[in-house]
Write a protein that binds this ligand. Structure first.
Ligand code: LLP
Length: 437
């Protein structure tokens, strides 16, 4: 569900991507404001009955102009570092709508978050609680904490992004939660009155959420019996986006499973927080890249025998979009101008059209893991052609690096009739500046 369409060349809202490439260069991340807002609004509508505080997960798409659009719509922010806190504040997020997670908060970062008067610290360990409480006491600033519990639930996602199983570094084993409240639950400066969950990302099924929430509710009751009130339950993020392979549940599907579990509690005053990132930003962005060279090579056929394949060498690679290299993640890749015979009705059907060539879409980086797509079938490509890498709005730019000393790409926002640069391309002079002092 997005505003990127072939009419007949690829457009973002009403703007041809070809024009955007000429104007802003490549590689560039292009975002559609209408898509971003549409996803936010659908999520808010789906969960409206719970009146949740939606805290957009800054790590998924940290650009402050994107943050400002969401903050103006009423979104809070989920941050995991002093840098993300700074971005959330620059985007105009009211501090009482900021929650701060992460297993390794430094004293400087805690100090800044306390002074900013954020809503919640999501606390991941006993020594972290003690550190935040002691800094709060020293600064004479009262704040609130949510204990991040590890519910030992399998989100059935990539091992690198699974965070709610017992062996994960995140949160505190749910079996230790009562003791945690007994030890720390009466602190005057760091008021522990909330629970936080984040089981993984992306989570393509609703069952793991149901399991984790039921465990959290049972814990809330157990704590109540010991006179500890939990006033807020933060469900974390992890809702999927449509990468055009496994169809992800929609916001309404997640809500249909989750709302009934929390309806009565919310009516009695339990505040619910959601921390979506990918489900709002992923489909709102594509990565626009230009083909530098095409060369002939070899791949392996189904029987392992060598089959001819093309290497489409682009100006974007693992430095621009890391997900394929890191998680073998699938992103649909297709030419911006595929020609009249090559416009799939549904993008997922593209691979089975006649006249396509087996390709690896790769970048300029000196690593064999530097690919955007492997063993895909594309219309014949040539030097100078443009390609779009879809569903790249979340964890695209935010995980880009300057590896091999390439500057970071530009970011462009399309908003109706207008387009604007929201992050300029990093120049080589910017890259070396911190070394020249
Ligand atoms: N809340 C917490 C505490 C998180 O750690 C995360 C993501 C989120 C919310 C947002 O999850 P989302 O709604 O975006 O799925 N780099 C990976 C994803 C790692 C996500 C880490 N935490 C990727 O490219 O898929």
């Amino acid at each position: 569900m997005d505003a990127f369409a072939y009419t007949p060349d690829l457009h973002c809202e009403s703007h041809p991507l070809r024009h955007l490439a000429e104007r802003f260069g490549t590689p560039t991340y292009i975002y559609s404001r209408a898509t971003l807002e549409g996803h936010y609004d659908r999520l808010a509508a789906a969960f409206a009955e719970l009146h949740p505080l939606i805290c957009f997960s800054v790590k998924s798409c940290p650009n402050i102009h994107i943050g400002r659009i969401l903050a103006e719509r009423g979104s809070g922010m989920d941050v995991v570092s002093g840098g993300e806190l700074h971005r959330a504040l620059l985007a105009g997020t009211p501090p009482e709508r900021i929650v701060y997670a992460g297993v390794g908060k430094t004293q400087t970062e805690i100090d800044a978050a306390l002074r900013a008067r954020i809503a919640y610290f999501n606390i991941e360990s006993e020594p972290e609680f003690e550190t935040i409480a002691s800094i709060a006491r020293r600064l004479n600033i009262r704040t609130r904490g949510a204990l991040r519990i590890n519910p030992d639930v399998d989100p059935r996602t990539h091992a690198y992004t699974s965070t709610g199983k017992r062996d994960s570094k995140f949160g505190v084993d749910i079996g230790r939660a009562v003791r945690f409240f007994e030890t720390y639950g009466r602190d005057d400066f760091l008021k522990l009155d909330a629970l936080h969950l984040h089981i993984g990302s992306p989570v393509y099924e609703v069952a793991p959420y149901i399991d984790a929430i039921q465990k959290a509710l049972a814990l809330i009751d157990k704590l109540a019996a010991r006179h500890f009130t939990v006033s807020t339950l933060d469900l974390g993020g992890g809702f999927g986006a449509d990468y055009e392979t496994a169809r992800s549940p929609l916001a309404a599907d997640y809500a249909a499973a989750i709302v009934p579990l929390l309806r009565d509690r919310a009516a009695k005053g339990l505040k619910v927080i959601l921390e979506p990132g990918r489900s709002i930003a992923a489909n709102a962005g594509v990565l626009l890249t230009r083909v530098l060279y095409v060369k002939d090579g070899w791949g392996a056929g189904p029987d392992g025998a060598p089959v001819p394949k093309k290497f489409i060498i682009c100006d974007a690679g693992m430095n621009t979009l890391l997900r394929p290299a890191l998680y073998s993640a699938f992103h649909f890749v297709w030419p911006v101008a595929p020609g009249p015979n090559f416009i799939p009705e549904r993008r997922a059907q593209a691979q089975s059209m006649p006249g396509l060539e087996r390709c690896d879409v790769v970048g300029p980086i000196c690593e064999s893991s530097d690919f955007l797509a492997k063993d895909r079938f594309l219309p014949p490509m040539k030097q100078g052609d443009l390609l779009a890498v879809f569903t790249a709005g979340a964890y695209g730019m935010s995980m880009a690096s300057t590896y091999n000393s390439h500057g970071l790409p530009a970011e462009v926002l399309v908003e109706g009739a207008s387009t604007r640069l929201i992050r300029r391309r990093q120049a080589i002079a910017d890259l070396v500046a911190p070394e020249q002092f």
